[in-house]
Design a protein around this ligand. Sequence first.
Ligand code: CA
Ligand code: CA
Ligand code: CA
Ligand code: CA
Length: 463
Amino acid sequence: MKIVGFSTSCGQLNLRWFVLSGTSPCSFISPVNGTLPDTTVHQTITGLLLQDNATYKVSIKASDVRGKTYQPVCSSAIVVDTSKPQGGWIRDGSGTDLSYQASTLLQANWGGVQTRHGVAKYQWKVLLTLFNTNQTTELMSFTNVNLNTNAGKTFSSMTDGSKARFVVRSFTKAGLFSDLTSDGVVIDTSPPEAGKIYDGNQRGVDIKYAKWTNAFSATWDRFTDPHCPISRYTWAVQRQGAGLITSFKNIALNRSPTATNLNLVSKESYCAVVRSYNEAGLFTQIRSDCVLIDHDAPQAGTVNDGHFSDVDYQSEDTMIAANWNEFTDGNKGSGIVEYKYMISDSNGNITVPWTSAGNATSMAHNGLTLKNNTMYFVTVKAIDAVGLSINVTGDGIKITSTHPVFTGRITVAGEEDFINGTPCVYIPSVSSVTVRWVGFSDAHSGIQRFDWLFFLLASHHQA
Ligand SMILES: [Ca+2]
Ligand SMILES: [Ca+2]
Ligand SMILES: [Ca+2]
Ligand SMILES: [Ca+2]
């Protein structure tokens, strides 16, 4: 109680107190009364048995040494409220409850607190649990916000991945309080870490070339974020060296989308552009290493029967050889990855079905039983990286055992050139020459030996 304004002109002033019901008129009629020890302004009466939720008032009886008593003076109503605030809710953020955010502006909002006589005020404070620890510190101590039901404050140098929790303390008008604590919000200030992107629809296998015309597929490994979950992916298709040919499409957590209704142009490269968002709303964007679109089969080359330039006869009847050149997929194609050959005869019978020659540009197929006086044809198939191919058939070779056929060739190691239109080879030595000979064969009796002969064609002297 604060007691002021009583005075006497004569001697000491005696003060008695009476506790009255709040609805009674101001009087000295109460069994609950006592004497104040002095006229100190602030005094406390203890030992009362007041009822919660009841209203009282205190009247003061002042008398002087002559026993003169003044009119009763009463306090305003005293409401006894021993209850604490009940219920209520608190949310991280400025609206619906957040679990993750990127901003270091920490906000909370609350409401629904019940009290008998209304809330007197709120206070809020911020607790912070560091990333990957159980260590909680008080980032901000209780701060008064009066009757506001939201509050916010920006904090610098927040450790990435820390979790903030808010405590709101609601006070009754009688000064009792209770606390509400939020379930926390993780402050993630860093975007996800990218996973690897694969062109094509097989995760783990990145393709470099495709013959796609209107659909583009990509897959990728999970993007990760140590601080909060990945919420979604978006992706778009880009033409390399140019812009996007689709908008970014939200595909939730799908990691193997296909874009359709595109117009993919041969000899151009296209790439997948992927964005991964974390729950805090930050994203990382990366691009695949692109796919070259190839709609064009390789261009035809030349197929020669035999080991070198084309021959049309051979006596050999167990082997067919061929070589080829000039096949190309162009300088913006996917490239030739394999050759296959097939051998058929002039009656359309298949002597050797399609057989891979790998990357080689020649072949010799042994173990055949070739018919005399029959034409055989070698067909070469050049296959590019997207599986497109072209077939070229040579002009054929006739097996003839009646005429000895010379199909061999001698080559001298050195720099090949021409002198006056005649082929020649320059060699750097006067004492040795390296000579190779291949393609000499005789199916009937076999070759017993080779002889060699060297002769001077012409002498060239320096001028
Ligand atoms: Ca939350
Ligand atoms: Ca992060
Ligand atoms: Ca091609
Ligand atoms: Ca030929």
